[in-house]
Design a protein around this ligand. Structure first.
Ligand SMILES: [Zn+2]
Length: 281
């Protein structure tokens, strides 16, 4: 099943997405780059190799295995009530996305998880290659949390795979440095997380990083009032203040980073715009 869905359909779609947004962000740049693009691409891809291997060889099989086993165990919200299959499909998709919103908050708020998620946030530019820059430790942690969510939701195996493909595509999309037509992005942002919205989450200003946790649907941040949109992209300084020296962000140092003593967030004094909280060009 994983081979016939994820490998045969998911992988070509994700490679296509990558190529499309790679070209788009080259032609229509949203935020000015501060680092050499190719150097970052090499770093981000090499750092991502262990996480990638774990995703395909452990994470996805584990999620599908749990969902298959759960068809016997019948634990989880979706098994509590009857109803048409499409309804359970929509319900599981929404709740899987909501569980990832919560997981993302935990990655920021629990010190042990922040150690690993920090590797992703230390990128000093934000583009499609950042969507691969995850420490493999974060992937291991997510197996437990997202595995529990899969069971509690009672998601069907096919749903788990489809959600995962959309999740990966959404992650590529909202990290990309593509300048979409502003009105199009504003319309998309009503429902989904867009590059300008997620760009604010990667800001060096703590209050801005502590917002916009959603992955696919943007309404989780709206519901929980963790949304922050009123920031011009050219005002964002991307990264983590205490880790802003690119000489410290080599492949070896990034892989070791979670196991070192983690520096405090040095707050950059910058007044927050508390005005309308509407998306800015
Ligand atoms: Zn984050």
């Amino acid at each position: 099943m994983i081979k016939s869905i994820f490998d045969s359909y998911g992988t070509p779609v994700l490679i296509g997405m990558f190529l499309l947004f790679f070209i788009l962000e080259t032609k229509f740049e949203l935020r000015k780059r501060v680092q050499n693009r190719w150097k970052r691409i090499v770093i981000n891809f090499i750092v991502s190799i262990p996480a990638f291997a774990l995703l395909r060889l452990l994470f996805i099989p584990a999620m599908v295995w749990l969902a298959v086993k759960n068809q016997d165990w019948q634990i989880g919200i979706n098994y509590l009530f009857g109803g048409p299959a499409w309804m359970k499909f929509v319900f599981a998709f929404l709740l899987l996305d909501y569980s990832n919103y919560i997981w993302h908050i935990l990655l920021h708020k629990l010190p042990v998880l922040w150690r690993f998620h920090l590797v992703h946030h230390t990128d000093l530019d934000l583009d499609i290659s950042t969507s691969f820059r995850f420490h493999f430790g974060e992937m291991i942690g997510s197996i437990f949390f997202r595995g529990a969510a899969t069971i509690l939701i009672g998601a069907a195996p096919l749903m788990v795979l489809i959600y995962e493909i959309v999740f990966e595509a959404a992650t590529q999309f909202h990290h990309s440095n593509t300048k979409l037509p502003f009105r199009l992005e504003k319309a998309l942002n009503i429902f989904i997380v867009t590059p300008r919205m997620h760009g604010i989450h990667h800001s060096m200003v703590k209050k801005e990083t502590d917002s916009n946790y959603s992955i696919i649907f943007s309404f989780w941040d709206r519901i929980h009032k963790t949304i922050r949109l009123n920031k011009h992209q050219n005002e964002i300084v991307t990264g983590v203040p205490a880790y802003a020296d690119e000489r410290e962000l080599t492949i070896g140092k990034l892989l070791k980073l979670p196991f070192t003593s983690i520096r405090k967030w040095k707050e950059t004094e910058r007044p927050l715009d508390e005005s309308d909280n509407k998306l800015k060009s």
